[in-house]
Design a protein around this ligand. Structure first.
Ligand SMILES: *Cc1c(COP(=O)(O)O)cnc(C)c1O
Length: 469
């Protein structure tokens, strides 16, 4: 399998060539040259596979330059009951007839990002060792992504993680998840500023190309192709868990921010999985809902981006969305490049009048939006009717899913985090304290390790340099 850029300017490259990179050289995103088709006979055979065996089948069609035995060993080491709480890895739970929750949040940091990030840790370590290289991952986090990255990279050979977070602004639980890691390759940096200051420092360091090259600075953001493809696996799992027979249509509803998770559903569908609808659920930050309803994509300014009680979906633009638009427009790279130039220049673009938008239903997409009050009401309703507590992001998904259910078509809602991570909203909705898995009891009392730093790019560079030589 070879990889191209959504903007047409990348010479075809192999999986391990694009694994460690971010954007393609032309500013686009990396996509496979085609989607491998899985026929009905293969689907039936995949149905009885274990999670790691299924992950191997999916990944081996994309990571064609990793020897099969190595890839198989890697997924078997990654997807274990020890790390993900059960041999199912992503267990499905029936809430009502034809309404299911797919549990993606049983990994080390209790959010779905672990599913992909844990594999990425293994893939990075493997590839770096093979090429005799090192990587310094530099990132900024307000909570979830940073801790998933640290837990995936801790103790890995050839990798260091420098993670910036705003000092005093994470919840005690989130802080403990990151700062209690004692692995010598993990560096937590508590910046005296807000999240945007952290992100600006990361951007400034990455913009110094000489420094970036000398210290092999990389990232693990949500546009990483391997992260997306790792997420494709659980759509197959979710499908097999609820479909009565292979071939029956099943819909999925996905709490969405940067469009990584639901993009993986689109890819599963393009591969031939009988997905009927892919429902994109947004919160008050409804860039994506607006696009799927109207064909207008309008990025929001920082001032327009609201802080909500489903914070991991608070986005101003959706970084993975370009990959879907590439497919929607018949994989026309120059056209995508022009649209993204327009987006840069004017803050948006419209496909409302484009014949491609009229065909959007063929891609299965539907959407909806959920607000704070809807989230609270859904948490309360699901608790009352099914005895299950869901987190605010999952509640956004369940709320929107209600509007798109159809008789005879099971709806699978993706559970993207456990409620314990968002205890305040759970208390507000139902007045109880969410349960904490046993391994997380008292983590706030563990010794913590972090370096405090002012908003100072040169200071950050000195810190990185002093830990690399
Ligand atoms: C990251 C995240 C999301 C959004 O996922 P995308 O892939 O960015 O669309 C939703 N819910 C939770 C809990 C998350 O951490």
């Amino acid at each position: 399998m070879r990889y191209l850029s959504t903007r047409g300017g990348l010479a075809p490259a192999e999986f391990t060539d694009i694994l460690l990179g971010g954007l393609a050289p032309d500013g686009g995103l990396v996509v496979p040259e085609r989607y491998p088709r899985i026929d009905a006979a293969e689907l039936s055979a995949w149905r009885s596979l274990s999670y790691p065996a299924l992950a191997f089948e999916v990944l081996s069609r994309y990571a064609t330059d990793i020897p099969a035995a190595d890839l198989r060993a890697l997924v078997e080491r990654t997807y274990t009951a020890e790390v993900f709480g059960s041999p199912e890895i992503t267990p499905a739970r029936r809430l009502a007839p034809e309404l299911h929750l797919l549990g993606l949040s049983n990994g080390p940091t209790l959010a779905f990002k672990d599913v992909a990030m844990q594999l990425l840790g293994g893939l990075f370590e493997y590839t770096l060792a093979r090429e005799g290289r090192q990587l310094n991952i530099l990132g900024a986090t307000s909570g979830d992504t940073g801790s998933a990255a640290e837990h995936a990279m801790r103790g890995r050979r050839g990798i260091r993680v420098f993670m910036l977070s705003p000092h005093g602004r994470m919840s005690p639980f989130q802080r403990a998840q990151m700062f209690s890691l004692q692995d010598p390759n993990i560096f937590n940096i508590a910046v005296d500023g807000v999240f945007d200051d952290c992100q600006d420092m990361v951007k400034a360091v990455s913009a110094d190309l000489a420094f970036k090259a000398r210290y092999a600075i990389g990232t693990v953001n949500s546009i990483n192709w391997a992260r997306v493809v790792a997420q494709v696996v659980y759509y197959f799992r979710g499908y097999f868990a609820v479909a009565e027979e292979v071939g029956q249509p099943v819909s999925f509803c996905v709490p969405s921010g940067n469009f990584g998770n639901v993009l993986a559903g689109h890819i599963a569908r393009m591969m031939g999985l009988p997905i009927r609808r892919l429902v994109v659920a947004t919160n008050e930050n409804d860039v994506l809902d607006e696009f799927f309803r109207t064909g207008v994509y309008r990025a929001r300014s920082t001032a327009e981006t609201r802080q909500t009680s489903s914070p991991s979906m608070d986005i101003s633009k959706a970084s993975n969305f370009e990959r879907f638009v590439f497919d929607l427009l018949g994989r026309d790279g120059p056209r995508v490049a022009a649209l993204w130039r327009e987006l840069e220049a004017t803050g948006g673009f419209s496909l409302a009048e484009d014949p491609a938008f009229a065909r959007i239903a063929e891609f299965g997409f539907a959407s909806g939006r959920s607000r704070h009050a809807d989230r609270l009401a859904t948490i309360a309703q699901v608790h009352r009717e099914h005895g299950v507590v869901v987190d605010p992001h999952t509640a956004d998904g369940l709320f929107v899913a209600q509007q798109w259910r159809e008789p005879g078509v099971p709806m699978v809602c993706l559970e993207t985090a456990l409620p314990v991570k968002f205890a305040e909203t759970i208390r507000e909705a139902i007045g109880i304290e969410p349960q904490r898995p046993a391994a997380f009891q008292g983590i706030e009392d563990l010794p913590q390790r972090a370096t405090r730093m002012p908003v100072d790019t040169d200071g950050l560079k000195r810190f990185i340099a002093s830990h690399c030589d």
